[in-house]
Design a protein around this ligand. Structure first.
Ligand SMILES: Nc1ncnc2c1ncn2[C@@H]1O[C@H](COP(=O)(O)OP(=O)(O)OP(=O)(O)O)[C@@H](O)[C@H]1O
Ligand SMILES: [Mg+2]
Length: 145
């Protein structure tokens, strides 16, 4: 606690404005309310994303995490964001109860909005279930744009 206050009092370092820092803060926040073990792996530079991409991708990751918290009943979560030859690949996976993405009832918006965001950005979004894991995968490939 004391250390947290000490940190707050320190002048804001420039790099605290980085997108990856905001994402880390989101994950940290999430961790505090959820006992899941979270595995993170990313090697994407902030500069590889446009400001609009940062906003949209952040919103998608956030909704995926909220969904895990609300519905998955999981123990572990894997979040990755990696460079590919022609873009990047982001995935948010959990080992929870899973669901059938083809039979979502009316009145649910989170996933639909995520799909709309991805479509507008020209990204590929897939929700799959494999090896007892639910995976939301978002991919940018420059040649599909
Ligand atoms: N990670 C997950 N694990 C298990 N079920 C999930 C997961 N993500 C989504 N679901 C299921 O898919 C449904 C649709 O998700 P969606 O985000 O669209 O709606 P919601 O979270 O119920 O409501 P909201 O509109 O507030 O987002 C959920 O109601 C839930 O049954
Ligand atoms: Mg939701």
């Amino acid at each position: 606690m004391r250390q947290a206050i000490f940190k707050l009092r320190q002048p804001t370092p420039e790099n605290s404005l980085l997108w990856s820092d905001s994402l880390e803060a989101l994950i940290k926040n999430f961790k505090e309310e959820n006992n899941n073990k979270i595995h993170i792996g990313w090697n994407l530079q902030d500069s590889s994303l446009t400001p609009k991409e940062k906003i949209e991708l952040f919103a998608c990751i956030k909704e995926a995490l909220i969904n895990i918290r609300k519905h998955a009943n999981s123990q572990e979560i894997w979040i990755t964001l990696t460079d590919t030859t022609d873009g990047w690949l982001c995935s948010i996976e959990d080992d929870g109860i899973g669901f059938d993405p083809t039979s979502i009832t009316e009145g649910k918006y989170g996933l639909e909005i995520m799909k709309d965001r991805a479509k507008e950005m020209g990204w590929k979004l897939d929700v799959t279930r494999n090896n007892d894991r639910t995976k939301v995968q978002i991919q940018k490939e420059t040649d599909t744009k």
